[in-house]
Write a protein of this length. Structure first.
Length: 240
């Protein structure tokens, strides 16, 4: 594949990633508005896809698109970076996060909604939930850790690449900010029926969306598809 064809493919994937995230935001807004008793401040987004939700298929479709948007930017970064462990680690972590998001939809739905149904927590403690319900929580957690690690991995990958000048320091700073602030808020917030779990989760996922969106915009800039940016020199420059 020539440099021009590679740049075109990378930019197409970046645009698809941005579009997927925008559609995901729209689906979550609509699904939350029409779900009986749902509060975006109190309730987790995944509650919209629980087995006892009114329209779980909306969440399943939306989260699948969101996961694919992560995978799209991961593939684009894979094509853009050097063919080394350093160049592959960050994209692999981002792609894994996207796959985890897809699994949190119809493959591993929650049985019930802890922030809406007070009995859901009791069912969990009594072991009266399905293995998919348990997997739902673990997949979400592992995916979040992988995405947080990807920020540091991408900072390592950007270091020394003149095309991404300064991106390594920005990514490193964002990583520490995410661990201290976003991560702290997320794990310090309860998921009971009278809390603010939904709001904090949206802030955390919003940070994830900004991170992936920034990478997609960076790819478009590097590959000369945004105004005022030169067309990328041969991608082989970054692999030397």
């Amino acid at each position: 594949m020539g440099s021009e064809e590679r740049s075109t493919l990378i930019c197409g994937l970046a645009v698809a990633s941005i579009a997927g995230q925008l559609v995901w935001i729209a689906i979550v807004a609509v699904a939350g508005a029409i779900e009986p008793g749902y509060s975006p401040v109190r309730d987790a987004i995944s509650a919209l896809g629980a087995r006892d939700a009114a329209r779980p298929w909306l969440f399943d479709a939306g989260v699948a698109l969101w996961g694919l948007s992560f995978i799209a930017v991961a593939v684009a970064l894979w094509l853009d970076g050097p063919r080394t462990f350093r160049g592959r680690l960050g994209p692999a972590l981002i792609g894994f996060t996207g796959f985890a998001q897809i699994l949190d939809g119809f493959p591993f739905p929650a049985d019930c909604r802890k922030t809406i149904d007070a009995g859901c927590r009791a069912r969990e403690l009594a072991g009266e939930v399905s293995w998919q319900h348990v997997a739902h929580g673990w997949v979400y957690f592992v995916g979040a850790i992988a995405l947080m690690a990807s920020v540091f991995a991408m900072a390592w990958r950007f270091r020394g690449d003149e095309r991404w000048a300064g991106a390594d320091r920005l990514a490193l700073g964002a990583g520490f900010f995410g661990v201290i602030v976003v991560g702290g808020l997320f794990f310090a917030t309860g998921d009971g029926t009278d809390g603010y779990y939904g709001l904090v989760q949206r802030l955390s996922l919003g940070a994830a969306a900004v991170w992936v969106g920034a990478l997609a915009i960076g790819l478009l800039t590097v590959h000369g598809r945004l105004p005022g940016t030169p067309l990328l020199r041969s991608p082989d420059v970054a692999r030397r």
